[in-house]
Design a protein around this ligand. Structure first.
Ligand SMILES: Nc1ncnc2c1ncn2[C@@H]1O[C@H](COP(=O)(O)OP(=O)(O)OP(=O)(O)O)[C@@H](O)[C@H]1O
Ligand SMILES: [Mg+2]
Length: 1001
């Protein structure tokens, strides 16, 4: 099903044409020209094919070739560059053979790497912007030049000498095309740049295993075959090179590397091994006085291209050479990249290991797991190399990112993507560091990793690929039942999955859908790369079909919404915005908004914002639910602090309500708009306006039977009394809000209301005992919301302290504080340090009260808070004045006085109380005036603690001046404390009253 249809692939495209071909035509006989051109085409084709490319077409005197089709290789870009260099060499040879009368041919080459769409059965053409860019590069090249584009440059820069040239202005392209001129390829370079400068991380046990193997060879004078197996980039070569540098003094090391492609590569590793050893002479010397020396040299000569010999003869000669080399010291033979070895070479290795006797030889092969796919019976010991552990991966990243370029989030992303693969880690780091995107995000994978993944995927057969693609559409987790439902039902799903498991693409996993088996991709990168290869039309179709499957098998709206959303977007991208596409979008919108509302109800604000935003984008303009969804979105946005976006949603909801004459929507939006204005301190909010909106909404929404709306309206109506410190009034409104929220079944809103209500009860005239009872009733209703729980606990703590139960009070406060700390809500804790200080003052520990307030104050100062800080400063000044720290107290009183505003009653009263205390001795008149002002400020409120504190302040001033009124004023304070049930406060006041009276007597 899959192989014949179109696919998306990243390939390297090469264009080559003859420079000055018109001039050539003018100067040559047509017949001769034809012949020359024929040889030229042939030379070009053969260069392309020798490097594993395909000639797509010849047009006039241009050749277009593609590297990466039908199968991708990790080094396609490098293959293209090598092919281009070979083309140049071939042209030079051709020129040499043409004679002087023919003007010399010169070619221009352009190479570019990028995503293309490959043809299906009807067209084989490769199309995509990457092709056009390659063509532009070719046109921009001078005769004899090879120009490559930016992605190609990234892929080959470690393996070729390059020179940047001026960017090429290209017709029809927004930006000029960056280009590099290829000077030469570096012989023997690997497919990817690797680093050897980073200290080895981990791998101690693997190294120990290899040493033991070698020791066993040496001790038993036997030949052992050991293969290090591991995924690309996991660190096989590195491991072996560490082994070699540790053992070089004790063993003889020889080796060679298998090549991924090329002519006559079968014995290349041995040819390389002998060349590095020193050629024939070295072989002869090693064989020394062995009777077979001459024959061995002759047989091995075949590797250097001299003569021929049957394979068995060669095998024998290689074995004899190794034995000779192992005569004095153990011999370590390293064969790299054995997954690319030809079967004959593998046979040779097994032959040596089986037949060699009496010599300490370790044949150390290094291979990717593909080796075992090709050769399941591969002999000898296996050392499997797994990815680095999380700790080791962090250590590697630490060493790479010595300069600390990457942000913590980006480092976490790199770790997540690389999953312990050192090569991936290096490449991700290099890309991010180089592109100075260090502060940004990891959006795209480095092309090197993409190439590796694509090559791995292209090794799958069409069935396997098809299954994997359908699984990729389903997601990182998938279900065979769903994979089957997305297919044509004609493939053996079970065995295919098994083979994908064996080849480590996927693995069984715990299923999140009851009754369905679960699987997952071993690596998210594999899923992403597979998905990237699916044409968008197919993606749209598969997403839609999977959504249909989900409807029957799972209740997860969010997931189904996501798949319909994807189907909609891909169809839309193709301009097929027909009725069907629209209906997909509408369904997706409904599902996502439903999921968004659930998220909001469980207070998962980020998820709610995400889902509702996506949902709104998909809901048709005419959808009935749109207005209320916008309203929920606005609420979610406000809660997440995104006020600017919230405002837009509110405006749109209001406009919809008005055009649709939807009174309920209008009223509810108006209520939320007032909340919005309160949160943002908008100048247009006044108590009158808030009250008007709420009072208008309450009866209207009641008539409409909208309890949720009525609850919000009462909640709104509870706001104006806050500034006026009329806590009883606020509590009354919140009681109504609570009642309606409960009736509406909105437990979340009820919990929020209850938390606000509890604070109003704490501060207002409700007696302590009743208030404590309420706190205990509210606590179990907090829906597991720790922030609200902390708020209730904090109120409870203060109330307990008023009753003199200090250990209990402190314990509850500590619990509240633990919640804030765990939630990272330092701000909350700072704001409520006033409560902590109240508890400590009641307990008679002014020093701790001071510490609590200072901590809160410093926290707020650190984040530049200006709203609550003056209030904390005023309380702090009062405590410091009490303790006799005059200078500090004055400084904080100054701060409070000059940073607060007219109608902030609490702060205005508290700094006066503090100053009255400071001036009681020196300037009793001013002190008395200030204390009386504080009393006047507190009088219209029902904030009993504030009233009592102001009265006490006055009583103290009067006592210093030995005024006869002191006792009365203290008694008044006592009465206020008693009204609240603040036993401790009442005790202070009583003591002061008693003292004043006895002083009078
Ligand atoms: N344990 C390690 N500590 C530090 N760096 C490592 C470690 N393992 C590998 N590397 C680095 O990661 C990169 C990839 O490693 P290496 O070339 O050994 O991988 P490989 O398994 O041989 O891959 P391939 O299959 O492509 O040959 C190299 O730059 C290497 O230096
Ligand atoms: Mg390697």
């Amino acid at each position: 099903m899959v192989s014949a249809v179109a696919a998306r692939k990243t390939v390297s495209v090469l264009f080559c044409d003859l420079a000055d071909s018109t001039a050539l035509g003018e100067r040559m006989d047509p017949e001769q020209l034809r012949e020359v051109m024929g040889s030229w085409y042939e030379a070009m084709r053969s260069a392309v094919e020798r490097h594993g490319g395909t000639v797509e077409k010849f047009v006039g005197d241009a050749v277009m070739a593609v590297f990466g089709l039908p199968r991708a290789h990790e080094d396609d870009a490098l293959r293209a560059v090598r092919a281009a260099l070979e083309m140049q060499a071939a042209v030079a040879r051709l020129n040499g053979s043409l004679g002087d009368e023919v003007p010399g041919l010169r070619i221009r080459v352009g190479i570019n790497t990028g995503e293309v769409v490959t043809g299906d059965e009807t067209t084989t053409l490769v199309t995509g912007d990457a092709v056009n860019t390659a063509k532009r590069l070719e046109q921009g090249a001078l005769g004899g030049q090879i120009l490559i584009g930016a992605v190609t440059e990234q892929l080959v820069r470690h393996a070729a000498r390059l020179e940047p040239v001026a960017a090429i202005e290209a017709k029809g392209k927004a930006a000029p095309v960056e280009a590099w001129h290829v000077l030469e390829a570096i012989a023997g370079a690997e497919s990817f740049a690797r680093r050897s400068d980073i200290p080895l991380v981990g791998r101690t046990s693997e190294l120990a295993v290899l040493r033991d193997e070698l020791a066993a060879c040496a001790d038993g004078r036997t030949c052992r075959l050991v293969t290090v197996i591991g995924a690309a980039g996991v660190g096989k070569t590195r491991l072996v090179s560490e082994l070699v540098s540790a053992l070089r003094a004790q063993v003889t090391v020889v080796g060679g590397r298998c090549l991924p492609y090329g002519d006559g590569i079968t014995f290349w590793p041995l040819t390389e091994l002998i060349r590095r050893l020193g050629g024939d002479e070295a072989v002869a010397e090693a064989m020394n006085d062995d009777a077979d020396a001459a024959l061995v040299v002759e047989r091995l000569g075949v590797l250097g291209g001299r003569g021929t010999a049957p394979p068995e003869e060669l095998f024998w000669a290689v074995r004899r050479l190794f034995e000779a080399l192992a005569r004095e010291r153990p011999l370590l033979v390293i064969l790299e990249d054995v997954h690319w070895a030809e079967p004959t070479l593998l046979d040779l290795v097994e032959h040596v290991s089986r037949w060699s006797r009496g010599s300490p030889i370790m044949l150390l092969c290094v291979a990717r797991p593909e080796l075992l796919e090709e050769r399941p019976q591969w002999e000898g010991a296996l050392v499997r190399l797994e990815p680095l552990s999380a700790g080791e991966a962090t250590q590697l990243l630490d060493t790479l990112d010595i300069g600390g370029i990457l942000s913590a989030t980006l480092r976490a992303r790199v770790a997540e993507v690389a999953q312990g693969n050192p090569l991936y880690t290096e490449q991700l780091f290099a890309m991010l560091a180089e592109e100075a995107r260090a502060a940004a995000e990891l959006v795209e994978l480095p092309p090197t990793i993409q190439a590796l993944l694509a090559a791995r995927l292209d090794r799958l057969d069409p069935f396997e690929r098809g299954v994997l693609e359908r699984a990729a559409v389903i997601g990182k987790e998938f279900w065979p039942g769903a994979v089957a439902a997305l297919g044509d039902g004609d493939e053996p799903l079970g065995t295919t999955l098994l083979s994908l498991v064996r080849r480590e693409f996927v693995e069984p996993a715990v299923s999140s859908i009851p009754g369905e088996d679960g699987f997952r991709f071993r690596h998210a990168l594999i899923r992403d790369a597979t998905y990237a290869g699916i044409p968008k039309r197919t993606r749209a179709d598969l997403h839609e079909r999977f959504a249909a499957w989900l409807e029957l098998h799972s209740r997860r709206d969010e997931l189904r919404g996501y798949h319909l959303e994807q189907a909609y977007h891909y169809r839309d991208e193709f301009g097929s915005l027909d009725d069907h596409t629209r209906s997909l979008g509408a369904q997706a919108g409904e599902l996502l908004t439903a999921a968004g509302r659930h998220a909001l109800a469980r207070d998962d604000v980020p998820a709610a914002v995400n889902l509702l935003e996506r949902g709104v984008a998909l809901l048709p303009r005419t959808s009935e639910s749109r207005g209320f969804v916008l309203l929920d979105l606005a609420i979610a946005l406000m809660r997440s602090g995104a006020f600017a976006t919230a405002q837009g949603a509110l405006e749109e909801a209001l406009a919809l309500a008005r055009t649709g004459a939807d009174r309920r929507l209008e009223l509810r939006t108006l209520i939320e708009r007032e909340f919005f204005r309160i949160f943002t301190n908008a100048p247009e909010t006044t108590s009158e306006e808030i009250t008007r909106v709420a009072e208008e909404a309450i009866p209207a929404l009641e008539a409409l039977g909208d309890d949720g709306g009525v609850a919000r309206a009462w909640h709104l109506l509870s706001e104006p009394p806050v500034d006026a410190c009329r806590w009883g009034e606020r509590a009354a409104a919140l009681e109504r809000a609570l009642e309606h929220a409960r009736r509406a079944g909105d437990a979340r809103e009820a919990a929020f209301v209850a938390a606000d209500l509890m604070q109003a009860i704490q501060l207002g005239p409700t007696p302590v005992d009743a208030a404590i009872e309420r706190a205990h009733l509210f606590l179990p209703e907090m829906q597991g919301n720790r922030l609200l729980t902390a708020s209730i606990l904090c109120s409870l703590a203060v109330l307990l302290a008023m009753r003199g139960q200090f250990p209990e009070a402190r314990a509850e406060w500590a619990r509240a504080r633990m919640h804030w700390d765990e939630l990272g809500m330092a701000h909350r804790r700072a704001v409520r340090s006033i409560d902590a200080a109240s508890i400590e003052l009641l307990a008679g520990d002014a020093a701790t009260a001071e510490l609590e307030l200072r901590t809160g104050y410093d926290m707020l100062a650190e984040i530049g808070e200006t709203h609550v800080r003056p209030t904390l400063a005023a309380y702090l000044a009062a405590v410091l004045a009490e303790e006799g720290s005059v200078a500090d107290a004055e400084a904080f009183a100054d701060f409070a006085q000059s940073n607060t505003w007219e109608d902030d009653i609490v702060t205005q009263a508290m700094w006066r109380i503090a100053r009255a205390r400071l001036l009681a001795l020196g300037e009793p008149d001013t002190a008395e005036r200030l204390a009386r002002e504080a009393i006047a400020l507190a009088a219209p409120t029902d904030f009993l603690e504030l009233q009592a504190a102001a009265l006490l302040a006055l009583a103290r001033v009067l006592r210093e001046t030995e005024s006869p009124q002191a006792g009365d004023v203290a008694a008044e304070a006592q009465a206020v404390y008693e009204r609240k049930g603040n036993i401790v406060g009442a005790g202070w006041a009583a003591a002061l009253a008693g003292a004043s009276i006895s002083a009078q007597e």
